[in-house]
Design a protein around this ligand. Structure first.
Ligand code: PEP
Ligand code: MG
Length: 573
C-alpha cells in the first residue's frame, strides 16, 4: 500500500481500479501552414517551451531533494533548452511550413530514432526521456485526451498528467468515478466541472504516473487530497465505512428535494445550478433545482471541427428550457479564452490569455458567430423562461453594444417571420473589478446581474486562477473581493434588479451566510453542493446575517475575516 498526497479539488470518496491515460494516441494534423501563420507558430513554440519548463520547475519544487525523479525532470529541462530543438523546429516551420505540433513530432521522432539505432542501453533510456518531453510538449499544446477517454471502462479512476475541461465532461459521460492528475489547480475549469459533476478529483500529485499501474486498486480521497494505491484490508474497510457515512448524509439531504429555499425569517432565495453540458439537466431534475443560473455554452463549441449552427443551438437551448420549465434557464454566451480555448474558433494563442481576448471581447470580434448564438437563444426564448447573460463585461459600453446587436437580431428574425422572445431579460456578469466598481451604470442597462467570483477574485487579486504556483494568493474572502461584491449588490438593488452569485464561492458552505448577509438574492451552485447549500439557507436568519456581514466588512486582515466567516457558519449543525 502506498499513499500519494495531492490537493483536494473535488470532494468525495471513490474506490475502483486505476486506468492510466496512455500517450500513444496523440494525433497530429499534418496539414501545411500558410506563410502568414509562420510567426504565430514560432511564438507559440517559444511560449509552450517556457510553460513546460515552468511546469517542470513546479513539479521539482513539489519533490523532496535527492529524489531520482528530480534528476529526470532536470534532464527534461535540458532537452527543452537544447539549441538543436529550437533550430530544427524553427527550420521545419519556416522552410517546410510545418505546423508547430507537426514540427515538434518530426524533430523528436528523428532524435528518438537516432538513439534507438545506437543499440545501447544507456541511449535507449535517453530515448524515453525524449519521448516524455515530446509528450509533455504536445499534450500541453493540444490538450487532447479524447481518443483515450473513449475507451475507458466504467467505474474506473482515471490517472493522467492533466485533464482538460472537455476531458472531464467525457469522463463523466463514461461513468468514471474519479480523477487523479499530476498537474491541475483548484480553480481551473476542469476542477469546477469535476465538482459540478460530483466527481472526486485529486490534483497535483507529484510523480503520480510513475507510481500507478493499470488495474491497481485505488482509494481516491477527494476530501483529504489523498490517493491510496493497493490499500490493505483495514484501510479498505475504513474507507468503505466513510463512503457509507457519506451516502447516509446524502440520504438526509435528499429529504430537502422540492423544499423551497427560504430562510427562517421567510426570505426566499433563488437557488439554482450551474451546468456545463446539457446532459447535466437530468441531475438537476433529480434534485429539483429551481432553475439554471449559469449555462456555460462554450462547451458546445469545444472539441469540434465546425461551429454549431443556429438551428443546432436553438434545438439544444429549447430542449433545455422546456425540460427545466417553469424555472429559469440563464444562458451565458460563449466565454472562450483562458483555459477554454476553442480549436474551432481558430484563436491565436496569447501570452497572457486570461488578460487577453476572452468572453464578450471574442464575441464582439466575431459578430456573425455572436449573432448566430443570440438568434438561437432568442428563438428558444419563446419558451419564456430563458434569460441571456454576458461574460467578462468590463464597461457599460459593452452592454450597450450587445443590446444593439440583440435589437438587430430581433429585427432580422421578425423580417423572416420567425418567432422569438421579444422581452428576453438581459444580464451582465460582474467578474472584473471595473464592472463591479461601475455596477451602478451597468445595472441601469440590465435586468439582472450575476457575480462571477472565480474571475472577480482572479482579476481583483491579480492571480491567475489556473496557475498552481500562485494558489496561495487566490483568496476568495480577501476584503477587496467582499467589498466589491457588497457594492455590486447595493448597486443592483438601487436599480431594483436582482443579483446572483454564480462563481464557486456560492457553492462553498463557508461563504453562504456572508453572501446572504450582504443581500444576494440568488445563488447558482454546483449541482453536487445544491442540497447542502439549501440546508444552510433553511437554517439561516437573514436579519442576523446582515448584522454579522456588516461586521465582516469592517475587518481588513484576511486571517481575521477567515475567523469571522467561520464563526458565521459555526451556528449551523
Ligand atoms: C466566474 O468567473 O465566477 C464564472 C462563473 O465564470 P467561469 O468560471 O466560467 O469563468
Ligand atoms: Mg468567469
Amino acid at each position: 500500500m502506498i499513499k500519494i498526497k495531492g490537493i483536494a479539488v473535488s470532494p468525495g470518496v471513490s474506490i475502483g481500479k486505476a486506468k492510466i491515460l496512455t500517450r500513444e494516441k496523440i494525433k497530429i494534423d499534418k496539414k501545411k501552414i500558410s506563410l502568414e501563420q509562420v510567426e504565430t507558430e514560432l511564438s507559440r513554440f517559444g511560449k509552450s517551451v517556457d510553460e513546460v519548463i515552468e511546469e517542470i520547475n513546479l513539479l521539482i519544487a513539489g519533490i523532496s531533494d535527492n529524489d531520482e525523479s528530480t534528476e529526470i525532470l532536470k534532464t527534461h529541462k535540458l532537452i527543452l533548452k537544447d539549441p538543436g530543438l529550437k533550430e530544427n523546429v524553427t527550420k521545419l516551420i519556416k522552410n517546410d511550413l510545418y505546423s508547430l505540433e507537426h514540427a515538434i513530432q518530426k524533430h523528436f521522432t528523428n532524435v528518438i530514432e537516432l538513439f534507438k539505432n545506437m543499440k545501447n542501453d544507456y541511449f535507449a533510456e535517453r530515448s524515453s526521456d525524449y519521448e516524455d518531453v515530446a509528450y509533455r510538449l504536445l499534450t500541453h499544446l493540444m490538450q487532447n485526451e479524447k481518443d483515450i477517454l473513449d475507451v475507458l471502462d466504467e467505474n474506473s479512476i482515471v490517472f493522467a498528467n492533466n485533464i482538460t475541461p472537455s476531458g472531464v465532461t467525457k469522463v463523466y459521460a463514461r461513468n468514471i468515478i474519479g480523477i487523479c492528475t499530476e498537474k491541475g489547480s483548484k480553480n481551473s475549469h476542469s476542477s469546477i466541472i469535476a465538482r459540478s459533476m460530483n466527481l472526486p478529483y485529486v490534483a497535483r500529485a507529484p510523480k503520480l504516473l510513475n507510481k500507478i499501474k493499470n488495474d491497481d486498486t485505488i482509494i481516491l480521497d477527494g476530501i483529504k487530497g489523498e490517493i491510496i494505491v493497493n490499500p490493505d484490508r483495514r484501510t479498505l474497510q475504513e474507507y468503505e465505512k466513510i463512503k457509507d457515512e457519506r451516502s447516509e448524509k446524502q440520504k438526509e439531504l435528499v429529504q430537502l428535494i422540492g423544499v423551497t429555499a427560504r430562510t427562517e425569517d421567510n426570505h426566499e432565495i433563488g437557488l439554482m445550478c450551474n451546468i456545463e453540458i446539457p446532459d447535466e439537466i437530468s441531475v438537476l431534475k433529480k434534485i429539483k433545482s429551481a432553475g439554471i443560473g449559469l449555462f456555460r455554452t462554450e462547451f458546445l463549441f469545444i472539441d469540434r471541427d465546425e461551429l454549431p449552427s443556429e438551428e443546432e443551438q436553438f434545438k439544444i437551448y429549447k430542449k433545455m428550457a422546456d425540460s427545466i420549465k417553469p424555472h429559469p434557464l440563464i444562458i451565458r454566451t460563449i466565454d472562450v479564452g483562458g483555459d477554454k480555448l476553442s480549436r474551432v474558433l481558430n484563436l491565436e494563442s496569447e501570452i497572457n490569455p486570461n488578460l487577453g481576448c476572452r468572453g464578450i471581447r471574442i464575441s464582439l470580434q466575431h459578430i456573425p458567430i455572436f449573432k448566430t448564438q443570440i438568434k438561437a437563444i432568442l428563438r428558444a426564448g419563446e419558451a419564456e423562461n430563458i434569460k441571456i447573460m454576458f461574460p467578462m463585461i468590463s464597461a457599460l459600453e459593452e452592454i450597450v453594444k450587445v443590446k444593439k446587436i440583440i435589437s438587430t437580431c430581433k429585427k432580422e428574425l421578425a423580417e423572416k417571420n420567425i418567432n422569438y422572445d421579444a422581452n428576453i431579460k438581459i444580464g451582465a456578469m460582474i467578474e472584473i473589478p471595473s464592472a463591479a466598481i461601475t455596477s451602478d451604470c451597468i445595472a441601469s442597462e440590465c435586468d439582472f446581474l450575476s457575480i462571477g467570483t472565480n474571475d472577480l477574485i482572479q482579476y481583483t487579486l491579480a492571480v491567475d486562477r489556473d496557475n498552481q504556483g500562485v494558489d496561495k494568493y487566490y483568496i476568495p474572502h480577501h476584503s477587496s473581493v467582499l467589498r466589491l461584491m457588497k457594492l455590486t449588490v447595493e448597486n443592483a438593488h438601487k436599480h431594483n434588479i436582482k443579483v446572483a452569485v454564480c462563481g464557486e464561492m456560492a457553492s462553498q458552505i463557508k461563504y453562504i451566510p456572508f453572501l446572504l448577509g450582504i443581500g444576494v438574492d440568488e445563488l447558482s451552485v454546483s449541482p453536487g453542493s445544491y442540497l447542502e447549500i439549501k440546508k444552510i439557507i433553511l437554517n439561516s436568519n437573514l436579519a442576523e446575517l446582515k448584522l454579522q456581514a456588516e461586521k465582516v466588512l469592517q475587518i481588513s486582515a484576511t486571517k481575521e475575516i477567515e475567523k469571522a466567516l467561520k464563526e458565521m457558519t459555526e451556528n449551523y449543525d
